[in-house]
Design a binder for this molecule. Sequence first.
Ligand SMILES: Nc1ncnc2c1ncn2[C@@H]1O[C@H](COP(=O)(O)OP(=O)(O)OP(=O)(O)O)[C@@H](O)[C@H]1O
Ligand SMILES: [Mg+2]
Length: 402
Amino acid sequence: MGLKEFTRDDPIFVNEAVLRDNYRPEELVERDAELSEYQEALRPVINAAPPKNIFLYGQTGVGKTLATRLVLNQLLSDQENYDDLNIEVVNLNCKSASSSYQVSVDLVNQFRDTTEKIPSTGYASSQVYQMLWNHINDLDATHLLVVLDEIDSIGNDDDILYELPRANDNESVDDTLVGVIGISNDFTFRDNLSARVKDSLCDEEIHFPPYDANQLRNILKQRATNAFRDGVLDGDTIPLCSAFSAQESGSARQALKLLYKAGDLARTRDDSEVGESYVREARDLIEKGKVQDELESLPTQSQLTLFSLLQLESEGKTPCKRSDIYERYQVVADLVSSDIVSDRTIHDRISQLRLKGFIQHDERNDGIHGGSYYLYSLDIRQEIVENALQQSNARVSDLFES
Ligand SMILES: Nc1ncnc2c1ncn2[C@@H]1O[C@H](COP(=O)(O)OP(=O)(O)OP(=O)(O)O)[C@@H](O)[C@H]1O
Ligand SMILES: [Mg+2]
């Protein structure tokens, strides 16, 4: 049959780019309370006072990055009304930086032309900080807001989050008032910040909760209007995408991806309507792909933890306590001759797996006798975890033979 001709006609989409993750909408739907909290936290800046440091947190896909861009754009444009303000913003995504040192190098490079960038090794960290202070001083701005998105990548090495907020106090930076906006989707990150950092960084904490199904519906509706041709969406499509995503993660990113994939499937099949069945099919495909990718990149101990829970689940022993998972984990780790790590470490692994959406927990209360505790179970379908684990690293896939 050979190749088909590429043609422009598209029965489903008018503009599919609107559904992509990198599309930047001009409006944040269903986030009025958080936006006003955010604007309130930045009010000192417009009043020419020293900025508060802000820590923004919430699970993945709940609008933290988008909100930040919109709020700061508004601030930058409203400062035009005041002659005594010259606010600058530096925006850094820290995803690929694993230490404070790297973040400080990246920040320095934000101020430099391509030809003058510094390498990510070779300087003492005090030198890098000094370069940073020099650049900030040279800005001649009244305020500098430093946005550190996905800051959880730096883990425990949080020195930069101490130095930046104190840049004015210790006179590293004189005339420019520095404020930091840290953004994280890792809840354990905030808890693990050193006390001195918590003190300086968290003047204001803003939480972005997951979206519920109604909110997701409105977010999707707004996007779908520009993305799809009139009448191609079945009445159940958006509600179903919203319900699935609300149930699984509360993430707008996930909901958008699901809707996009469903439309994409309908197009591939030359269908002129995106019905419910495409949403279900899309969900399966996305889940499989996502789990596969993520599982392959998990450390072995996390894979073993997940395998232990999978076993318990297939034996009908879930939801179960953490101690049950740990007990099973010891057996499993022993089977593959892996190191057996502590209960505490497995607890951390479980928290991470939960944040990634592999595991869910339910709080239980035993009244005065037991206090409260959690019961755990898988948060994705068994066969998906099983498939993915079987295809992941050799050690773990061996477990399926034994
Ligand atoms: N309230 C909203 N209205 C419209 N679109 C939204 C809303 N919230 C999120 N989105 C869209 O969902 C996607 C994810 O949002 P965003 O990147 O802001 O999430 P995030 O909280 O920063 O997630 P992560 O922690 O993974 O970085 C983006 O495509 C964004 O445009
Ligand atoms: Mg983000």
